[in-house]
Design a protein around this ligand. Structure first.
Ligand code: ZN
Ligand code: ZN
Length: 355
């Protein structure tokens, strides 16, 4: 599997005229080699991949990255420069978005004979379509997170703080086997619901509020991502009205997802519905994103996206309406793109839940 991925990466670099590839981003390194440590550099030339690391990781790298030759360096820069020089590399593609400028300056000064070819998002694109094993891992994270959320529901009541709910949800996930939370959960209640990324605060939940909770788990390196907005007590008609609009936008966008659909067009379906209900200025972010080894990856749903859906991609659909001074609603589901539609991965039912 890793050899196949490495071949695809080298082929991509070759299309840019490069004869080798240097990868420093840890997510790409994990994807291309299986190595899960926190420091390494991957150099791929032709058919051979070399994983360079320091003594902390030599054993782990040898065990995890059996598709690579593992080499330990004493001085990182010297080790990497020697590998590149030893391979006779002339044009080297590198993941520019993950390479520190200071590191690049020192490396390129050591290798005046090498031309460096910066990659934009090509390495990220390699990860967009998932294998069956990756789909299982994301689905496992998603089911675990949704189950934990259902267990949290009885605790959502007036008088508890947003932070209490975030901590409880994290504990529920970790007790069920999540290796970590996928990100810092968003818990935004009442007026704070107008903050699309309102981190859980000490604010106490009151009756009559909507509470938006954006959460996910990580298992075996793969993330999940879901948002549920619940009602505590009896929120007023405006809030329940925007819930309906967001839910309809969510359902309409999901109905348009299939292999070959343009991400921009799917985004437009939800955006136009929200706009037609008079809330176009209150939905500023993109409709969704890919999920995998990273919580946000390719493809992207937005008015500016050129991405096209392919079978095997895993995406979120998460429209929202945010009303300053009043509150907000976001509803997010995680889906696998199939040939003729999509399949939900985990997920709590998105009809409004009254707590
Ligand atoms: Zn989310
Ligand atoms: Zn998301």
């Amino acid at each position: 599997m890793y050899k196949t991925r490495q071949r695809a990466a080298v082929e991509m670099a070759g299309q840019l005229g490069a004869d080798a590839l240097l990868v420093v981003g840890l997510v790409s390194i994990r994807y291309l080699s299986g190595f899960t440590g926190s420091e390494a550099t991957l150099f791929i030339a032709d058919e051979s991949a070399l994983l360079l690391c320091d003594s902390r990781y030599t054993l782990q790298a040898s065990a995890e990255a059996d598709s690579c030759r593992v080499e330990e360096y004493k001085v990182k820069l010297d080790g990497i420069a020697a590998a590149i020089r030893g391979a006779g590399c002339r044009r080297l593609a590198f993941d520019a978005e993950k390479t520190a400028v200071s590191f690049f300056n020192r490396l390129s000064a050591k290798l005046p004979e090498v031309e460096f070819v910066p990659l934009a998002d090509q390495l990220d694109r390699l990860r967009a379509v998932k294998t069956a094993d990756e789909i299982l891992r994301v689905e496992n994270s998603a089911k675990l997170a949704s189950t934990a959320f259902r267990e949290l529901l009885p605790l959502i009541r007036p008088g508890v703080s947003e932070r209490f709910l975030a901590v409880e949800l994290e504990m529920l996930m970790k007790r069920s086997g999540a290796e970590d939370k996928a990100f810092d959960f968003i818990v935004a209640s009442g007026e704070r619901g107008a903050l699309p990324h309102g981190a859980a605060s000490e604010k106490l939940i009151s009756s009559g509020e909507l509470v938006t909770i954006d959460f996910g788990a990580r298992c075996n390196g793969y993330h999940s991502d879901e948002t549920v907005t619940v009602a505590v007590g009896k929120p007023d008609a405006t809030l329940l009205g925007i819930y309906r609009i967001v839910k309809d936008a969510h359902d309409m966008a999901i109905a348009a997802i299939r292999h070959g659909a343009e991400c921009r067009a799917v985004d437009a379906i939800a955006r136009e519905h929200i706009g037609s209900c008079g809330y176009g200025d209150n939905f500023g972010h993109g409709l969704g994103h890919g999920v995998g080894l990273e919580i946000h990856e390719k493809p992207v749903f937005s008015p500016r996206s050129d991405d096209v859906l392919q079978e095997g991609m895993i995406v979120t659909v998460e429209p929202g309406i945010y009303l300053p001074g009043i509150g907000g609603v976001r509803i997010e589901s995680l889906l696998l793109v199939t040939a003729d539609g999509s399949r939900l991965l985990g997920g709590v039912d998105k009809e409004i839940i009254f707590c």
